[in-house]
Design a protein around this ligand. Structure first.
Ligand SMILES: [Zn+2]
Length: 441
């Protein structure tokens, strides 16, 4: 019993020791304080749980293999049908279970009856999602434990050479290969690469997070600048919304113009995919079934937007799709919006991209409020809505624009500081890079 308690709490100990480990941490910022509070809550809850639990748990671990979903891993761990469903339900709002990567770890703690009492999923070494069954309600409760990360900012400068590829050029200035695709994507929003000339200059600022200083967790392009003889001068700034899932989190020009590839808009303010396009496996039965759209979990009543300009061709109700709307677009593709609680437009109406056409609901065959977004191509076949990629976010206004302006000032300040830093040798490159640790959180 003691042993399993220590196991689940290992997370907590690691957090504390890493966080107070040395004088490397100058300031215990607010984030650490709040994380500590969260951790204390999780610790207390676990301790309370452990105290009240009658019998010790058997802890099993397995990792995600190639082409596997959570269903296969849970099945290998011998998780019973009812627990499987309950785990997925309890965790799906916090984790994209449709996006598993090879090597990610699942732990389950089972009681003597083989029922799961504790579930632990760690998508990367810095994050642990915990579920434990409340003995009173017999339902899983969720806790998130985040370990401290080291966040580094780096700046990369270079110029286009005759005959060089963009990818090759980015790598040659020290941009890690794991980030070069993202950097190219940001640049391509604004710059037609057919007009790029040898000698054109660029400057990129990246922010990357590492666990224990060396294990890469994530990265983003904070700033990109391009100065071209033909294309002119362009800058892109990453906007950080207080809501991390907001569709406004994207790159903008200084005047708040979104950097976009084409004219599609997101159908909701917040995107949380609960079921992706393609063959899906039912969490309980394990049956395989084609899902011809994407399900976005969202509270009932949230506004649903037309993804692009078009004409409403369907606005009705049926027992499967519930309230549904379909919009035909200029390229003869059609977008479908299902399970709505209410419809705001009728057949024949002309709508613009971003116009509210209805509200999220759970009508028809649905287990909870969500938007099912479907897309048919001009030939009438269902396609993955995600393949109509690079969806626009509108120009920032009001409070968001004010926030962007403030963030841009911060980015410019950071750029100045980085420019005066001494170039450091970096792993995996022969180039020295100006870099600084901005926080450990
Ligand atoms: Zn669906």
């Amino acid at each position: 019993m003691k042993k399993s308690f220590l196991f689940w709490l290992g997370v907590a100990t690691l957090f504390c020791s890493a966080c107070f480990e040395s004088g490397k941490i100058e300031a215990l910022d607010e984030k650490i304080v709040s994380l500590n509070k969260e951790l204390a809550l999780a610790e207390n809850a676990l301790a309370e749980y452990e105290k009240n639990r009658p019998q010790p748990l058997t802890v099993l671990m397995d990792t995600v293999q190639k082409n596997e979903g959570y269903y296969q891993v849970l099945e290998r761990l011998g998780v019973k049908n009812n627990d499987r469903g309950a785990i997925v339900l309890a965790i799906q709002d916090s984790v994209e279970l449709s996006n598993l990567k090879v090597g990610q770890k699942f732990h389950v703690g089972k009681d003597a009856n083989g029922d799961v009492q504790v579930f632990r999923f760690s998508p990367n070494p810095s994050i642990v999602h915990l579920l434990f069954k409340n003995p009173q309600t017999n339902r899983f409760e969720y806790k998130l434990v985040q370990k401290p990360l080291t966040v580094k900012q780096s700046i990369f400068e270079g110029h286009i050479v005759q005959g060089g590829t963009l990818h090759g050029t980015l790598i040659s200035v020290g941009i890690p290969a794991r980030m070069s695709g993202v950097v190219a994507g940001v640049l391509q929003c604004k710059i037609p690469f057919s007009s790029v000339q040898p000698g054109d200059r660029f400057r990129i600022m990246l922010e990357e997070s590492f666990y224990e200083d060396s294990i890469w967790i994530s990265g983003k392009v904070i700033y990109a600048e391009f100065e071209g003889r033909v294309v002119g001068h362009h800058e892109a700034f990453l906007y950080n919304d207080p809501d991390p899932k907001s569709t406004y989190n994207a790159h903008y020009t200084e005047t708040g113009e979104a950097l976009i590839f084409d004219g599609l808009r997101y159908p909701l303010d917040r995107l949380h995919i609960t079921s992706p396009f393609g063959v899906r496996i039912h969490p309980v039965t394990g049956a395989r079934k084609m899902h011809s759209g994407i399900d976005y979990g969202s509270p009932k009543g949230s506004p649903v937007y037309a993804v692009a300009k078009g004409k409403v061709v369907v606005s009705d109700f049926d027992q499967y799709s519930g309230n549904k709307i379909a919009i035909r677009h200029a390229d003869n593709s059609t977008s479908y919006y299902m399970h709505l609680s209410s419809r705001g437009v009728g057949v024949g109406a002309q709508v613009t991209g971003g116009q509210v056409i209805g509200r999220v609901g759970s009508t028809g065959r649905s287990t909870g409020p969500h938007l099912h977004l479907g897309f048919k191509n001009a030939q009438g076949q269902w396609i993955n809505p995600k393949s109509k990629t690079m969806i626009a976010t509108p120009k920032l206004q009001g409070e968001r624009m004010a926030r962007l302006t403030k963030q841009i000032a911060g980015i410019r300040e950071n750029l100045k500081q980085l420019e005066s830093a001494e170039p450091q040798p970096i792993e995996g490159s022969t180039v020295k890079v100006k870099q600084k640790v901005i926080s450990r959180k």
